[in-house]
Design a protein around this ligand. Structure first.
Ligand code: DGI
Ligand code: FE
Ligand code: FE
Length: 195
């Protein structure tokens, strides 16, 4: 499928505002990839596809989880988490995307995971800080992203967790593990630099 066709296929799935968000994530992911050393084309492609299933009805997403090899355990966690793994599965089937690095960047763009690749980090961070994002912590996250993708991502997860706590929502364990792993990475690098 040509790039224009792929973009058109994604645009059709999304309300106008979410399509603008997607364009912003593509741009930010490409820039962050160049800055921090991931493949800019893969980052942009993952950015294009990352929210592909975001507006699918819950029942349609549930069916994908049940009928694919995705872990059924996902169904115990909050629905806003589903679109990431469901999206990775669906774009592999619908568009024949077979680059596992790109698929993982889509799969883990909401929660992150332990041992994230640089590509996964920049896509997740781009989602938090693309130009259209506007929430209280975004300025601080953009500032941190000038020097550290890991520190900026931790700040992103912190803002998500604070929001979830005020709402009385569950925290997805992988989000917490991902944050802890990034903090370990940051501390390890600081220790090395201070030796
Ligand atoms: O899809 P986007 O809105 O661009 O961003 P996203 O993929 O990061 O999804 C954000 C949504 O996911 C938001 O409603 C909060 C929710 N979320 C993120 N992490 C967790 C979470 N929800 C729960 N319950 N637990 C989490 O750990
Ligand atoms: Fe998303
Ligand atoms: Fe997004």
């Amino acid at each position: 499928m040509k790039r224009e066709e792929l973009m058109e296929a994604v645009r059709r799935e999304l309300p106008a505002k979410r399509w603008q968000h997607t364009l912003g994530v593509m741009q930010s992911a490409r820039e962050l990839a160049r800055k921090f050393g991931a493949d800019p084309d893969k980052a942009e492609l993952a950015g294009l596809l990352h929210d592909y299933c975001k507006y699918w009805p819950t029942e349609r997403q549930r069916l994908v989880i049940l009928e694919s090899d995705l872990p059924n355990e996902l169904l115990q966690y909050d629905k806003p988490l589903w679109h990431a793994p469901v999206g990775a599965y669906v774009v592999s089937k619908e568009f024949g995307i077979d680059d596992e690095e790109v698929l993982d960047a889509i799969r883990y763009h909401t929660s992150g995971r332990v041992g994230m690749t640089m590509l996964e980090k920049v896509v997740c961070l781009a989602d938090y800080m693309e130009p259209g994002r506007d929430y209280p912590e975004v300025a601080a996250i953009r500032k941190l992203a000038e020097t550290s993708v890991e520190k900026a991502l931790v700040a992103g997860y912190d803002s998500t967790m604070r929001y979830l706590l005020t709402k009385g929502e569950k925290i997805y364990p992988l989000t917490l593990l991902s944050r802890n792993a990034l903090i370990d990475e940051i501390r390890e690098r600081d220790r090395r630099n201070n030796r």
